[in-house]
Design a protein around this ligand. Structure first.
Ligand SMILES: *Cc1c(COP(=O)(O)O)cnc(C)c1O
Length: 387
C-alpha cells in the first residue's frame, strides 16, 4: 500500500513561476523579493517590521543579541521544544534555564516562569507549541514587572491568535521558521518580527556581516564603498527563498482551517482508544495554527514500538519532542535527569505526531487511525511498558 507521508507541502505552479522569474533575473541574493516578502508578512501579522533570515534559529540568536543578552545572563525557556530554542541561547553566550510545562497543553505558563526568575534572568523564550499560543498578555505583564525581554519562538504558529493577540504583537521579537515541514516553507528560511524600522535596520545589518550597504544596493544604486559597522552574521534570506514564500502568505488561513478540520476528524476516530489522550483543545476565541497533531499514547504502551510499527505499515510519524533536558549534550552539560521536568518528561515519553496537512484526505486519516489502533492492539504484553 502507498505510504502516507508525514508531511506534504502545498507549493503550486504560481510559487514555482515566482522562483523561475527570479532565476531568469540577474539578482539571486537578498534583494527586491526579500523586501516584498518582508512588507507583506508585516502587513499580514500587523507588525511594524519583518526581516527575512536563513532560519528561525538565526532569528532567535539575533533577537538575543539585539537585546544585549550574553554571558552571565539567564534565559528561561521550555524543555518541550526543538533543540534550536535552547541552542540559540547558548550561541548568544547565555545560560538556558528550563521551566516545566503545563500538563494538557505542553505550554510554558507565566506563573511557572515567574517562580524561576532570578536577578540574572534577562529574557524568556516561550514556544507557541504545536500551533497554540502561550498566554502572551500574561507574559507581557510579567516581562514589564521584572524588566524581561520576551522573544516568541513562533516556529509553529504564524496564523494563530489568542485573546485578540497574534504572534509577534506583544513580544519584543518573534521568530518564524520556513523549514521544510512548517506551515509556510521554502526548504530552509526564517524571519524575525520587530517593532520599529530602526530595529529592522539593525537586524538587516546583523544578518549580513554588519555591513552597511548590501549587494543589491551596490548593484542598483551608484557605487559606494561598504563599511562594516558592527559584528554581524551571515543570516540573510535570498530572493529565491522569498519568491517561493510570497504567495503562500494569503493561503495561510485557508490551510490553517483545513488542518483544523482534519484534526477534528482524527479526534473523532480515535476517541474510543482506551488510555489514549489528546492535547487540550484551544480555548473559545483562540485560534491554533494546528501545526502538529500530537497525542499521548496510553501510558502502558511503548511509544517507540508504535512509531516503528506505523512506519513499517507505511504511515509517516514523528516525535515532538524528546525534551531538551533528555538529550545527551544537555544532560552532560547541565547534569539534568529525566525527572527534573516531570511533565515534559511524561509528554516526551508518550507523545507521537501523526500526519496533518491540507493534502491529507479523509480516507488517509481513516487508514492512519485504523493502523494506529491495529499497532496498539497487537502489542504483546512485554511490549507494553508495564503490566
Ligand atoms: C523548527 C523549529 C525551530 C527551528 O527552525 P529553523 O528555521 O529550522 O531554524 C525552532 N523552534 C521550534 C519550536 C521549531 O519547531
Amino acid at each position: 500500500m502507498k505510504k502516507i507521508e508525514f508531511y506534504k507541502h502545498n507549493l503550486n505552479g504560481r510559487d514555482r513561476s515566482e522562483v523561475c522569474r527570479v532565476l531568469r533575473s540577474i539578482f539571486l541574493t537578498t534583494g527586491p523579493q526579500v523586501a516584498r516578502l518582508e512588507k507583506e508578512l508585516a502587513a499580514y501579522l500587523g507588525v511594524a517590521d519583518v526581516v527575512g533570515l536563513t532560519s528561525c534559529t538565526a532569528a532567535l540568536h539575533l533577537a538575543l543579541l539585539r537585546h544585549g543578552i550574553g554571558p552571565g545572563d539567564e534565559v528561561i525557556t521550555t524543555p518541550l521544544t526543538f533543540v534550536a530554542t535552547a541552542t540559540a541561547i547558548l550561541e548568544a553566550g547565555a545560560v538556558p534555564v528550563l521551566v516545566d510545562v503545563s500538563p494538557g497543553s505542553g505550554l510554558l505558563s507565566p506563573a511557572a516562569v515567574s517562580r524561576a526568575i532570578t536577578s540574572r534572568t534577562k529574557a524568556v523564550i516561550p514556544v507557541h507549541l504545536y500551533g497554540r499560543m502561550v498566554d502572551m498578555r500574561a507574559f507581557a505583564d510579567l516581562a514589564k514587572q521584572h524588566r524581561l525581554v520576551v522573544i516568541e519562538d513562533a516556529a509553529h504558529c504564524i496564523s494563530g491568535e489568542r485573546d485578540g493577540i497574534r504572534p509577534g504583537v506583544l513580544g519584543q521579537a518573534a521568530c518564524f521558521s520556513f523549514y521544510a515541514t512548517k506551515g509556510m516553507t521554502c526548504g530552509e528560511g526564517g524571519a524575525i518580527v520587530c517593532h520599529s524600522k530602526e530595529e529592522g535596520e539593525w537586524y538587516r545589518s546583523a544578518r549580513h556581516h554588519g555591513i552597511s550597504k548590501n549587494a543589491a544596493r551596490r548593484y542598483t544604486k551608484k557605487y559606494e564603498h561598504y563599511d562594516m559597522e558592527m559584528l554581524g552574521w551571515k543570516y540573510n534570506m535570498d530572493d529565491i527563498q522569498a519568491a517561493l514564500l510570497i504567495n503562500q502568505i494569503p493561503r495561510l488561513d485557508k490551510y490553517r482551517n483545513q488542518r483544523e478540520v482534519r484534526e477534528t476528524y482524527y479526534r473523532e476516530l480515535l476517541q474510543d482508544v482506551p488510555g489514549l489522550e489528546f492535547m487540550q483543545l484551544p480555548a473559545a476565541g483562540e485560534k491554533s495554527e494546528h501545526h502538529l497533531f500530537t497525542l499521548l499514547l496510553p501510558p502502558d504502551v511503548s511509544r517507540d514500538i508504535v512509531v516503528l510499527g506505523l512506519q513499517e505499515l507505511g504511515i509517516g510519524c514523528a516525535v515532538n519532542y524528546i525534551p531538551i533536558h533528555e538529550l545527551k549534550f544537555f544532560r552532560e552539560k547541565f547534569g539534568y535527569r529525566p525527572e527534573d521536568f516531570p511533565v515534559a518528561h511524561q509528554i516526551g515519553t508518550r507523545t507521537i505526531t501523526l500526519p496533518l496537512y491540507p493534502k491529507l484526505t479523509r480516507a488517509q486519516i481513516r487508514r492512519v487511525c485504523k493502523t494506529l489502533k491495529q499497532v496498539i492492539g497487537k502489542l504483546k504484553p512485554d511490549q507494553h511498558t508495564h503490566g
